[in-house]
Design a protein around this ligand. Sequence first.
Ligand SMILES: [Mg+2]
Length: 120
Amino acid sequence: MARILIVDDSRTTRKILRQILEESGHEVVGEATNGEEGVLQYKELRPDLTTMDITMPIVDGVEALQQIRELDPEAKVIMISAAGQKHKVLAAMKAGAAEFLTKPLDEEEITERINKLLGA
Ligand SMILES: [Mg+2]
């Protein structure tokens, strides 16, 4: 069981993610709607795991990932990308993203990647 922070500007995606994560026994400790909010919540909550959408207003997912990894070099952040975001995905890899998931989200894939990351 992990404490997870969800960062995504889409309410629908946050809802789907929360449902999948809670069903697999994890605790969603926070939800943020843009990268700036995500970094602030990360500082406050220190989650075991963060899911990070790439495309968001104000501060995007790649920049938020960079800021979080500066705060906490051990931070485990799973990036959620859409098709056609190769450059952003590469930038996120360089910034130390732990894993990648692609929209549309697949429940089995999410569960599997998260368990792998947590060493379960
Ligand atoms: Mg988005």
